[in-house]
Design a protein around this ligand. Structure first.
Ligand SMILES: [Zn+2]
Length: 334
């Protein structure tokens, strides 16, 4: 009988199974083990290593690193955009999710919002421009300096775990886009975030969505130790129960109606490190040429492309859900 190697799940302490050994890491020569826990339906990587140096490399190479490059484009394009929130929400699920969730709340222009992990600051700024009362917080001094330089004094550099002690019950909404999968202890982090929320307040969370991928795909998100987790809706339900929050999930149908999209499973799986030992960018994936990018911008051609590809290959056509999950955690009003 085959004995499967297991460890205690880093999220729920259940029994997690080793599914990939010596999986390539984000920077050479690091490798990681990938575990999957069927109890909370979550994948995670070990060992956990110091990451500040890798993030510095990404920041320094910012405009060249695949997957991060677009953030620098947004930073520049937002500066001259008349309606930055609308612009962002048409670009990607995560910003659409934020705009959509805020529009669904009543009197949302009078509420207090904090964006945690605001990075280069353009989402916070887009919300400011829209008339919201919002502040961005990030642990990276480089990022906050850049944000202030670009957009003004809407940002603070702080560690949430320290900041929370003096700032409880203050915010109606806390935004966490593509942050939670980077954190060593997401549950402890969400616990702190909950303390900063007012009663009845909400956390808007977006994160890569394992839920829509076939079960046999073990890791189709950024390589560890940049992403440490690959969550499903079950993972979110587990965390919400642990911190006594109600959880609901965002329906992306309206986004995908305008921007047809499919998941080509193989394209999402990356097994090549993106930084070499010295921190230089390597293994840059080939980009679409100008003509293909132009076509991809036209809804009719996007839809056609989705229809053709989904007929001939192993794909998932996005409807209510896609590769980005949107979860709303609500703090009890009692
Ligand atoms: Zn678990």
């Amino acid at each position: 009988m085959e004995v499967k190697e297991t460890c205690s799940c880093l999220l729920c302490s259940g029994s997690a199974e080793l599914v990939e050994q010596r999986y390539p890491g984000y920077q050479e020569p690091l490798t990681f083990d990938i575990y999957y826990c069927s109890n909370c339906n979550t994948s995670f990587s070990t060992p956990r290593v110091e990451t500040s140096q890798i993030y510095e490399h990404i920041y320094k190479n910012g405009s060249k690193v695949p997957a991060y490059k677009r953030y620098w484009q947004y930073l520049n394009e937002i500066k001259s955009s008349k309606d930055p929130l609308h612009y962002l929400s048409q670009k990607e699920e995560m910003y659409w999710a934020v705009r959509h969730s805020l529009l669904e709340m009543n009197n949302s222009k009078t509420i207090k919002i904090m964006e945690v992990g605001c990075g280069l600051g353009y989402l916070t700024y887009a919300l400011v421009k829209e008339g919201y009362d919002v502040i961005g917080i990030d642990i990276s001094k480089n990022a906050v300096d850049e944000a202030i330089k670009s957009f003004g004094n809407y940002y603070i550099c702080a560690d949430v775990f320290e900041y929370v002690s003096e700032h409880q019950n203050l915010y109606n909404v806390i935004i966490l886009t593509e942050v939670i999968e980077h954190l060593n202890e997401p549950l402890k982090f969400l616990e702190s975030i909950m303390l900063m929320l007012k009663k009845g307040g909400r956390i808007i969370i977006t994160t890569p969505n394992k839920t829509v991928f076939p079960k046999d795909v073990s890791w189709a998100t950024e390589l560890p130790p940049i992403h440490l987790w690959w969550f499903t809706e079950d993972s979110m339900k587990f965390m919400a129960t642990k911190i006594s929050a109600n959880v609901s999930f965002i329906d992306f149908s309206d986004f995908y109606k305008k921007k047809p999209c499919l998941i080509e499973v193989n394209k999402f799986i990356n097994k090549f490190p993106l930084l070499n030992k010295d921190g230089s960018v390597i293994n840059i994936p080939k980009e679409n040429g100008r003509f293909r990018s132009f076509l991809a911008g036209i809804p009719f051609f996007r839809l056609l492309n989705v229809k053709i590809k989904s007929a001939f290959s192993k794909t998932y056509v996005c409807q209510k859900r896609g590769p980005v999950m949107g979860a709303i955690f609500e703090k009890n009003a009692m």
